[in-house]
Ligand binder design. Structure first.
Ligand code: FAD
Length: 241
């Protein structure tokens, strides 16, 4: 987010958002809700919104809540499992869900089924050491209410009902374990981004420029920012926007 310097012949705007992905869409909607008088310009070098990382084909769509991501809960040297990061991420995702619920209630984005779906988040491990880790992780996370619905099992029959393909052809004596959180979500960030921009574009003093690339930004002495954009594909000159 930058502020643009007021210069004769160039536009003056409160906020510039660079790139039309989920981050700019979220920040733009939040700012406009909190400060409706703000003027906002969004510059995207491609010809549509959410065509890079936020597009559904370019990310896994996991609603990251730390329910299944084992890398958020490392095992410490003393053998205990660190849950601080996982708890923080689970809390942050709850805040995101509250924000999206607010957008739906106010009619700012369309049907929630278009961008968020419930899907169980599972972790599956094999081998004695990994099973011990998953059990410790499960027990440590139980101290936080956000994880209270997590289920843990070492029973092959139960895992077979959760994820039959994973169990297909597996050795009977193999040590395995799994956790499952039915509260998990699958998010289409691309659809959500495009919904938020559709709403933003209808707001007063909001302009979205596709095929425009930001080539330079400089902080002025007065703490405002000078930002240079060009139609995508053009060579840089001093012409500004
Ligand atoms: C393989 C993969 C899997 C992922 N899986 C998940 C997941 O499961 N769950 C999850 O929550 N997150 C996941 N992520 C992360 C998530 O997709 C990104 O964090 C998120 O989409 C980033 O949003 P963004 O708006 O910052 O970026 P983007 O959506 O990439 O938007 C940036 C935009 O800026 C434009 N742009 C760039 N430079 C300029 C410029 N100079 N001028 C004008 N426009 C410009 C680009 O064209 C683009 O449209 C994954 C990411 C990847 C790559």
């Amino acid at each position: 987010m930058t502020k643009k310097k007021k210069t004769v012949g160039k536009t003056d705007v409160d906020v510039i958002l660079i790139g039309a992905g989920i981050m700019s869409a979220t920040l733009g909607v939040l700012l406009k809700e909190l400060e409706p008088g703000l003027s906002i310009e969004i510059y995207e070098r491609l010809d549509i919104a959410a065509a890079e990382s936020s597009d559904a084909w370019n990310n896994a769509g996991t609603g990251h809540s730390a329910f299944c991501e084992l890398n958020y809960t490392p095992e410490k040297k003393d053998g205990t499992v660190e849950t601080k990061k996982a708890v923080q991420i689970a809390e942050n995702f709850e805040v995101s869900k509250q924000f999206w619920a607010y957008l739906i209630e106010k009619g700012l984005v369309s049907n929630p089924g278009n961008f968020i779906r419930k899907i169980p988040h599972m972790s599956f491990v094999w081998g004695k050491k990994n099973v011990e880790y998953l059990k410790k992780r499960y027990e440590a996370l139980q101290k936080c209410t956000l994880f209270s619905e997590m289920e843990y099992t070492e029973d092959a029959k139960v895992i077979d009902t959760w994820a039959p393909l994973i169990m297909d052809g597996r050795k009977k004596d193999e040590k395995i374990a799994a956790t499952k959180m039915d509260l998990g979500t699958d998010v289409n960030f691309g659809s959500l981004t495009r919904d938020m921009f559709s709403h933003l574009k209808e707001q007063e003093n909001v302009n979205l420029y596709f095929n425009h690339e930001i080539r330079d930004l400089k902080k002025n002495k007065d703490d405002n920012w000078a930002v240079k954009s060009l139609p995508s594909g053009k060579a840089a000159t001093d012409s500004g926007k």
